[in-house]
Write a protein that binds this ligand. Sequence first.
Ligand code: ZN
Length: 185
Amino acid sequence: MPTILTHAAVPLAIRLGLGPAALSARLVTCGVLAAMLPDLDVLAFHYGIPYAAAFGHRGFSHSLLFAAMAALVAAFMYRWLQTTFARAYGFIFFAMASHGVLDALTNGGLGIAFFWPFSTQRYFAPVQVIDVSPIGVSRLFSMHGLAVLQSELFWVWLPSISMALCVLGWRTLRRNTTAQNNQND
Ligand SMILES: [Zn+2]
């Protein structure tokens, strides 16, 4: 996995790009939690469940079905999340599914069981550019941990924030053009 905090990059970047009017603070907070939640499956190691098992690390909790189910739960809470049913569903699904995609881009561990329970096959992306994060906090605070953080900054945070700023720039430009057109009318 990338380190757990790096999974927050995707929902935070979407919020940066689309602005507070599109996504409430509650929805974004839930999105950040949804992006991190799949890695609770590391608890499996404590219970002796093997990595490669369906309920092992990067197994069921990293699947698209799990993201779809979590998104459905969030969608039914759309009023509390101060949004619409569709937006709650879409945002939470995207945030959680992005977790598996980022993991699939890492260069270690086992692949992701995207299609659980229909298939227990583990998948990696065609390119694996992100240095895999060690499991456990103590091992993260090492020279290898530093290299992992650098890799995540470069391959996750930088592209996410760049894309968000492009969207933000485009939205500002469009708003200014519309305001100018209205003045000219
Ligand atoms: Zn993961």
